[in-house]
Write a protein that binds this ligand. Structure first.
Ligand code: VGL
Ligand code: ZN
Length: 210
């Protein structure tokens, strides 16, 4: 199925730190790469995102003395999970996986660069108010639907798909082209929220079928 030119593929955070051996490795994260490379051929509009944090980012447990990784703390904008230091701007961990094909990506969007605010979503930061600008980029190109893939299903993929719905953009997640962190039921919760918001599940076979 060749996607219409009003549908964009969003490739979320396929970075070394989310792959095996990385600082915040998603189990088998790198296995999404060949499938994402294959499905890109079906899309005219491709956006690649990178989690891109300063070294003292507020989502890092290292910035919260007495707290440990995967604790939740209260930030001015709400609860925040504390992560190992990851995707520090300019580091090898923040680089895209070397086998990810980005030849046809028109936009590489970096997010999470404000020290005090996280941004799982490629559209809205965790304060739920600051826009990355991707909504405008998509709508000014006539995009009315996004297909989301990458890492991690239950965080950056889910938040991106949910925010697309908030901006009135149709959204689907290509399930086999994602992998999850699955922290205390976060994957099941993400899917129930996505289903309730009208985010569809797509099988890669449907996309790859001629
Ligand atoms: C992500 C946790 C922290 C993700 C990014 O890409 O899903 N998860 N930062
Ligand atoms: Zn992050």
């Amino acid at each position: 199925m060749r996607a219409p030119s009003t549908t964009a593929l969003l490739v979320v955070d396929v970075q070394n730190d989310f792959c095996s051996g990385g600082a915040l490795s998603v189990p088998h994260g790198e296995r999404v790469v060949p499938l994402i490379n294959a499905i890109q051929a079906q899309y005219d509009i491709i956006v690649v995102t990178q989690d891109w944090h300063p070294a003292d980012h507020a989502s890092f447990a290292s910035q919260h003395p007495g707290r440990t990784i995967f604790d939740t703390v209260d930030m001015p904008y709400g609860p925040q999970v504390l992560w190992p230091d990851h995707c520090v701007m300019g580091s090898h961990g923040a680089a895209l996986h070397e086998d990810l094909d980005v030849t046809r990506a028109q936009l590489v969007l970096r997010k999470g660069s404000h020290r005090g605010v996280d941004s799982y979503s490629a559209l809205l930061e965790a304060d739920r108010a600051t826009r990355t600008g991707l909504d405008g980029w998509l709508t000014s190109r006539g995009v009315t639907e996004v297909h989301v893939c990458g890492l991690a299903t239950d965080f950056c993929v889910a938040w991106t798909a949910l925010d697309a719905r908030r901006f009135g953009i149709a959204a689907a997640v290509i399930e086999e082209a994602c992998r999850a962190i699955d922290l205390e039921g976060s994957l099941a919760r993400a899917w129930s929220e996505m289903t309730a918001a009208g985010v569809r599940r797509l099988a890669s076979a449907d996309i790859l079928a001629a």
